[in-house]
Design a protein around this ligand. Structure first.
Ligand SMILES: [Zn+2]
Length: 119
């Protein structure tokens, strides 16, 4: 069996048991800390992206209702068509959810329109 390498420092070590992936408890903790930081950064960026999209959609539709906007105009205002966290299909149309908004994009004669819906 080849000598395993620590997942944190990549040095070879003699594992005290077969399940050891790290050369020491310190490196196990440091790796865990790195993973947690990665998750925290991801969460932070996710929230930032979603918040920015909700803020942009709010500019177009502050109250409950529905509005259609040329996609280009929305994109110029900071709308991000990839920042959402759920998709619902209604009558064959896919609606994406972000905050209290649902949006979908349609295309007619090469012109894309953003449809925004708020409950
Ligand atoms: Zn190590």
């Amino acid at each position: 069996m080849p000598t395993p390498k620590c997942l944190f420092c990549n040095t070879e070590f003699q594992p005290p048991n077969l399940n050891s992936a790290y050369c020491s408890k310190a490196h196990y903790r440091l790796a865990k800390h790195d993973r947690q930081k990665m998750i925290n950064d991801l969460t932070k960026n996710f929230r930032k992206g979603m918040y920015k999209n909700v803020k942009t959609l709010y500019k177009f539709l502050p109250e409950a209702g529905q509005v259609n906007i040329p996609l280009l105009e929305a994109l110029k205002s900071g709308f991000d068509d990839a920042a959402f966290y759920g998709t619902y299909t209604s009558n064959g149309v896919e609606w994406h959810k972000v905050g209290s908004y649902l949006f979908t994009i349609s295309e007619k004669e090469n012109i894309k329109t953003l449809h925004i819906f708020k409950k």
